[in-house]
Design a protein around this ligand. Structure first.
Ligand code: CA
Ligand code: CA
Ligand code: CA
Length: 178
C-alpha cells in the first residue's frame, strides 16, 4: 500500500516536473523558425534520455556509467579545443556542436534546413549560458559543473548509471542552468 502510494506520488510528481519543464522551455526555437521547418526529433546534444544515450553510450550497451560519460565529455572538450589552449572559445564550442549536428543529419539522410540553422543559433545562445564567467573562455571546470548537473538530472534513480531504468523527469535540467 505504502509502496504503491509512493510510486503513484512519484509518477505524478515526475509528470508535473516534466510539464513544468516543458512550459518553462525557452521559446526561441519556435519563435524564430519558420513553421514549415520540422525540428529534428533529437537535436545533437539535445535534451532527454534518448539524445543523451545517442551521444554518450559509446559502446551501445544501453547504459552510461559516469566513467563512460566523463571520458567522452573530456574527449569531446579536448577535440573541440582546436587551438589547444585548454579552453573553448565560442567558435570552437559552436564548431564542435555543428560537427555533431552535421553527422546526425548525414546519418538521417537529411539536408541542412531551417531547423539546422536554428540549432546553430541556439548553440551560440548556449555558449553565453555555459560560459558563466562571460569571458569568452569556456573552461573544463565549467564543463564539468554542467556535466555533473546533466548526469545527475538523468540518473534519476541515483545508481551512477544513466539508462532506460531511470524514470525521466528533468529533460530540461541542462537547459535550465541559470
Ligand atoms: Ca555504455
Ligand atoms: Ca581553445
Ligand atoms: Ca540510473
Amino acid at each position: 500500500m505504502n509502496i504503491r502510494n509512493t510510486t503513484t506520488t512519484f509518477t505524478a510528481l515526475a509528470a508535473a516536473l516534466l510539464l513544468s519543464a516543458c512550459a518553462g522551455a525557452p521559446p526561441a526555437a519556435s519563435g524564430t523558425a519558420p513553421n514549415q521547418a520540422p525540428q529534428p526529433a533529437q537535436p545533437a546534444g539535445g535534451h532527454g534520455l534518448k539524445a543523451f544515450m545517442g551521444s554518450y553510450d559509446a559502446n551501445r550497451d544501453g547504459a552510461v556509467p559516469r566513467a563512460e560519460f566523463d571520458a567522452i565529455r573530456q574527449q569531446r572538450f579536448r577535440a573541440a579545443d582546436t587551438n589547444g589552449d585548454g579552453v573553448l572559445s565560442e567558435a570552437e564550442y559552436v564548431a564542435e556542436y555543428e560537427g555533431r549536428l552535421k553527422r546526425q543529419y548525414f546519418d538521417q539522410g537529411r539536408q541542412p534546413d531551417a531547423a539546422y540553422e536554428n540549432n546553430i543559433k541556439q548553440a551560440h545562445v548556449r555558449f553565453a549560458i555555459v560560459n558563466r564567467a562571460r569571458d569568452g573562455r569556456f573552461t573544463q571546470a565549467e564543463d564539468r559543473a554542467i556535466a555533473d548537473k546533466t548526469f545527475k538530472g538523468l540518473d534519476t534513480n541515483g545508481d551512477g548509471v544513466v539508462s532506460a531504468a531511470d524514470p525521466q523527469r528533468t529533460p530540461a535540467a541542462r537547459g535550465n542552468d541559470d
